[in-house]
Design a protein around this ligand. Sequence first.
Ligand code: LLP
Length: 438
Amino acid sequence: MTQPTLPKTATFPSGAFQYRGGALHVEDVPLARIAASVGTPAYVYSTAELAANWHAYADAFADAPVDICYALKANSNLAVIRTLAGFGAGADVVSSGELERAMAAGIPASRCVFSGVGKSWSEMAFALKAGIHQINVESFPELEMLSAVAQELGVTAPIAIRVNPDVDAETHGKIATGRKEDKFGIDWAHAREAFARAKSLPGLNPVGVAVHIGSQLIKTSPFESAYRKLAGLVVQLREDGIDIRRIDVGGGLGVPYRPNDHLADHKAYAAVVRQTLGHLDCHITLEPGRSLVATAGLLLSTVNFVKEGLHRRFLVLDAAMNDLIRPSLYEAWHTILTVKEPDAGAGQVSMDVVGPVCESGDTFAKERQMPPVAAGDLVALMTAGAYGAVMASTYNSRPLVPEVLVQGSDWSVVRHRQGMAELLAMEAMPPWLDPSAG
Ligand code: LLP
């Protein structure tokens, strides 16, 4: 596939990423300036693109307002969360750590939904004490435990039950979550029984139903199938005497990772939500993650070497799978741009773009057509704002990289580069290996 030399505004709706004077900019800031100051690798995020992504949802749902609870798992940097909170976002969290982050960034627990298949007793207690808006329960044992926690605290837990609608989201197998063999949600056939049980438990107040069928959905039809089933369930539950007032429709739209990807847009998605669920007089919650932040971020990296093999030409970057694991884990495509604008008429050469980690899986792209690149050049792995920094590890003792937020001509380091001293300080010697211990 041919590498585009200019990012398309259709792919990045705010137009935040442009070549100006031969150099790739994020808004009004040249990436080379950020690299010179904070080094590479580094994640760089655009406020304008976050805003454009937010408004795409807000505008599409303007007629029938919904709660947009940003799924923090996509990017939980405090500055990113606060930016989205400023637009009006609530939060979808999946651990007490994420709930703490949401609150630290300025989203009160009363605007947070707590999702996830395996919450612990202490996480439930933390969320209830904080005054969580809703806990999405995914199993019968979780119902029992949550009721017990709530009773111990003398409160009633407002819950939705996440059901598994057995719908194929037609996405990568590792991020499809709504098929009957997936670990998520309560089996469709047990849904009514689960609500009956919830109603009978003293610590619970079942107020909603929830689904999430998967991530990176490229069309609306799987959403439509799931939401139609859900609407039928709401009617049945009301007949059963359970007053369902809230519907949580799960994660949001996929994003165009490749320049020619054509995906369902926000208006089409909003129409599906309205058509399938609009008649039920329920409060609707959306939990988009990727579609709010993916296009807003890139991973900036330096070319360490161009290695000419007998069979392949390798572009060896200073970024690796520990910084951005999506290509290794999901065979994901990320467009790779040179920060210096390629000369007009410059040809394209085929390269394998790899990192320094000692695994062949540490490959960002295979046989990618790229303009000529030399050691020391900067490149940008685009559409890395979601599931990038949050999935990083320190594998190969590579410290976590910095994150930078741009707004117009301002930019600021919103997470510093981890030092080796910080990493080493987390560990300790047992007394029998420590000669200085008494
Ligand atoms: N709600 C729930 C309950 C979820 O499990 C997820 C994502 C979301 C909302 C947000 O979905 P989104 O709007 O981002 O599609 N690491 C993978 C994606 C994992 C998604 C997990 N759940 C990737 O890099 O593709």
